[in-house]
Design a protein around this ligand. Structure first.
Ligand SMILES: [Ca+2]
Ligand SMILES: [Ca+2]
Length: 263
C-alpha cells in the first residue's frame, strides 16, 4: 500500500461509526452543526398521551415487584386488591379521594412495590398519526400493532421513555441544526422535508436525472432525520424528538446504503 493511502473501508448504514473528515470540513465551513454518528435505527414510534393536571381520581396505579405480596401489602393499608391494567402487571387501586398522594408516598417506601403513580386524566400530546406507537418518546404502557396489522407489540413499562413530551415544555430545539450524515433525506417526505435547510452529496451516487437535489433512495437517512426532527402535531407520520430542530442533509452513503471513510 502506498504511503499515505487510506484503506477503503466500506460502511453500511446502521453498522459503523463514520469518520468523514473531508465532509466535516466542508460542512463546518458554512454551517454550525451537530454531527450525528450513524448507529442502529431506534424503533421509535408513538405513545399518544400526556399526563393531565387534574389531581384526585380516587385511584392510583401500583406495580409490585412480587405480585404475591400485593394483596397483603394493600390490605395492611385498608385497600382492596385492585384490578389489572391490561397486561402491564400494574393494578388500578381505589383509595379514599384526596389521599392519593399520601398513599403513593407510603407505598413508594414499600420494598414490594416497583412503582406507583397517580391515575390521572390524559390528553393527546400530538396529533401525529403514529405518535401512539412512539413509546420511546412517551410510554404509557401502550400495546399496538404494526402498520400491516400482523404484529402486536406488547405493552411496555409506563414512563420507560425519554420524557419527550415533558421536555417540549422547556424546549423543542428551536434554532439547533443537526447534520444527518447518512443516505440523504427524501425531498418528498412531507413530515421531514420542510425541516431540511441544506443538502450536500458526498456519496458515490450521482443525482439522477430530474432530481433537483441528491435524493435518499435507500431510506435510512430519511428515517434518522424523521426520528430527530419530524414535524410535530401535523396529523401525519411521527413526531421528532427535537421538532424545533432543522436538518443538514449530508448524503455520504450511496443508494445502496454504502459509503467509505475516505468519502
Ligand atoms: Ca415519560
Ligand atoms: Ca408528524
Amino acid at each position: 500500500m502506498a504511503a499515505g493511502f487510506r484503506a477503503f473501508t466500506p460502511i453500511r448504514a446502521g453498522h459503523a461509526e463514520v469518520k468523514i473528515t473531508a465532509m466535516r470540513k466542508l460542512f463546518a465551513a458554512g454551517l454550525a452543526a451537530t454531527v450525528l454518528v450513524l448507529g442502529p435505527v431506534p424503533v421509535a414510534f408513538p405513545a399518544n398521551s400526556a399526563e393531565g393536571t387534574s389531581p384526585a381520581s380516587a385511584h392510583i396505579l401500583v406495580k409490585f415487584r412480587d405480585d404475591g405480596a400485593a394483596a397483603g401489602t394493600l390490605h395492611r393499608r385498608g385497600l382492596e386488591d385492585g384490578t389489572d391494567v391490561g397486561s402491564t402487571g400494574t393494578r388500578l387501586v381505589r383509595v379514599p379521594a384526596g389521599s392519593e398522594r399520601q398513599v403513593i408516598d407510603a407505598l413508594s417506601r414499600d420494598s414490594h412495590v416497583e412503582y406507583t403513580e397517580p391515575d390521572q386524566p390524559v390528553e393527546a400530546a400530538t396529533s401525529d398519526q403514529y405518535f401512539p406507537r412512539q413509546y420511546a418518546l412517551q410510554n404509557t404502557g401502550q400495546s399496538f400493532t404494526n402498520t400491516a396489522g400482523d404484529i402486536t407489540i406488547p405493552a411496555g413499562t409506563p414512563d420507560a421513555d425519554v420524557d419527550a413530551v415533558e421536555a417540549w415544555n422547556t424546549t423543542t430545539g428551536s434554532g439547533i441544526k443537526v447534520a444527518v450524515l447518512d443516505s440523504g433525506v427524501a425531498s418528498d417526505n412531507p413530515d421531514i422535508a420542510p425541516k431540511v435547510v441544506a443538502r450536500a452529496n458526498f456519496s458515490g451516487s450521482a443525482t439522477k436525472a430530474g432530481d433537483s437535489v441528491a435524493e435518499d433512495y435507500y431510506g435510512h437517512g430519511t428515517h434518522v432525520a424523521g426520528n430527530i426532527a419530524a414535524t410535530v402535531n401535523n396529523t401525519i407520520g411521527v413526531a421528532g424528538v427535537c421538532p424545533g430542530c432543522t436538518i443538514l442533509a449530508g448524503k455520504v452513503l450511496d443508494d445502496n446504503g454504502v459509503g467509505s471513510t475516505r468519502v
